[in-house]
Ligand binder design. Structure first.
Ligand SMILES: [Zn+2]
Length: 180
């Protein structure tokens, strides 16, 4: 009798444990522990251990990215509304920006200036801290986040799937204004 009770309790408690753990397991891939900067659109900056970017720098970079992406994409051959002001700003809410002191090697084969992770919760932008926040690398990753890392099914000539509509939608033209 006692054994059976224990077995039932064990089953109930393991099910409860699984229920408790699963949501956390799905949401804690990246946990900002030191985010101490929030921009008007809601970007959060995780600065540990790299502290080379100020909160004011990130706020200025976000404002410039909003303005330049909005202007360039409105005048584009095939505008993508996701890149325009309020849509982009909404998409950036609670996205963690993590400037890295070290280089970023997504696949071990080449290093990159930035990387957008749309599949994480919270979404994350890793970007090399050797560039200024107002340089093109951050704006590039912000454009990916605004599109939910899905640029569309038709790939412009000279682009890849990740940047499929970036010529048509004016993103390349916008980013050219930033420089490295
Ligand atoms: Zn890209």
């Amino acid at each position: 009798m006692m054994r059976r009770k224990l077995a039932v309790w064990a089953t109930v408690s393991s099910a409860w444990f699984a229920l408790m753990i699963l949501p956390f397991a799905a949401c804690t891939t990246v946990e900002p522990l030191h985010a101490d900067c929030e921009t008007p659109c809601g970007l959060l900056m995780e600065r540990q251990p790299f502290e080379g970017w100020s909160c004011g720098d990130l706020i200025a970079a976000e404002a410039r990215a909003v303005e330049v992406l909005d202007r360039a994409t409105r005048g584009a051959a095939v505008p993508d509304a996701r890149l325009q002001h309020s849509h982009a700003c909404d998409a950036w809410a609670q996205v963690v920006v993590m400037p890295r002191a070290e280089e970023i090697w997504p696949d071990g084969a080449r290093n990159v200036a930035g990387l957008a992770h749309c599949d994480r919760a919270p979404q994350l932008i890793e970007v090399t801290g050797r560039n200024r926040p107002t340089a093109g690398a951050l704006a590039h990753e912000l454009a990916h986040i605004a599109q939910g890392c899905w640029a569309g099914p038709v790939v412009d000539e000279g682009e890849d799937v990740a940047h499929a509509n970036w010529k048509r939608a004016g993103v390349r033209a916008a980013l050219a204004a930033f420089g490295g």
